[in-house]
Design a protein. Structure first.
Length: 287
């Protein structure tokens, strides 16, 4: 095995030059030194260094992520972290899916409305955290990057946490995905992963069908949440989180926020905020 400083080609060339310099110097200092033998020795030593391949213990460069790669969650994250230019990649049921270009009306605007809706709720509900497009480690085969999620913080008794590498670990309580149609992975493989890992409420905005599918986890399966007569979704997990689905599909942000504000003024929301505060206080006393 070559020393570390001889593993690079430039280092090996420098060493060979040094060997020949030593031989020539020895000839000048000691006339009895057999010059032809010294040259043969120098040539043999130089060639052995030049032809020796560097040790294979050097870390290999990580292969870039490719659509369809079959990876574990740990290997997926290693490769994803090595590609800072890549904005979205997900591991769903052990298979890599990489994001395609995002369109303005069919994704950007619905996505922006969802962010506004959930962000407003979290601002008025201490102990609830909202993030968008954040990697979530669900299990060894599933590392999605949901369009939006809402979670109860750890200190308030939530079911997910943030690990030492600053990744979300475990299932958030609510996930929202914006999908082109019901043929999307969001309604099949990803939905199975969310269900199996315990995402309690899962909303899918199906753009082509003009539908917002609201689902609740019940006895291990997702069930459609019935809307009220006005088409309003009311979360069970997050009391006061109300969504006027008709206004949302019309991209009427003002109407969406009016309905949400009604939910935020409700008794159920006040009680929920009080429970979160009590949970936080109890956990702090234990610690």
């Amino acid at each position: 095995m070559l020393p570390e400083h001889l593993r690079h080609p430039a280092g090996r060339r420098l060493f060979v030059s040094f060997v020949y310099f030593v031989v020539e110097t020895a000839d000048c200092v000691c006339s009895e030194f057999p010059l032809d033998t010294a040259h043969k020795f120098a040539h043999s030593l130089a060639m052995s260094v030049l032809l020796t391949k560097p040790s294979s213990d050097r870390p290999r460069a990580l292969r870039p992520l490719q659509n369809g790669d079959h990876l574990t969650g740990a290997e997926f994250l290693r490769r994803y972290e090595a590609m800072p230019h890549l904005k979205k990649a997900e591991l769903i049921e052990g298979i890599v899916y990489m994001g395609s270009p995002v369109r303005y009306h069919s994704h950007g605007m619905p996505d922006g409305l969802v962010q506004t809706w959930l962000g407003t709720y979290s601002v008025h509900t201490p102990g609830i955290e909202f993030v968008s497009n954040t990697t979530a480690q669900l299990d060894i085969d599933n590392v999605p990057q949901p369009d939006a999620l809402l979670r109860i913080s750890e200190e308030c008794g939530g079911q997910s946490s943030v690990d030492a590498q600053d990744y979300l670990a475990g299932a958030p309580e609510l996930v929202v995905e914006v999908a082109a149609s019901s043929a999307s992975i969001d309604t099949r493989e990803k939905q199975r992963a969310y269900r199996r890992n315990g995402v309690r409420e899962y909303l899918i905005w199906l753009v082509e069908e003009r539908e917002i599918r609201c689902q609740r986890l019940f006895e291990g399966e997702y069930q459609i949440i019935p809307l009220d007569k006005s088409g309003v979704f009311k979360s069970d997990v997050f009391p006061g989180l109300w969504l006027d689905t008709k206004a949302a599909l019309a991209l009427d942000a003002a109407a969406v926020l009016r309905t949400l504000n009604t939910g935020l003024r409700s008794r159920v929301h006040r009680d929920f905020v009080a429970r979160l505060a009590a949970n936080r206080s109890a956990r702090r006393k234990k610690s």
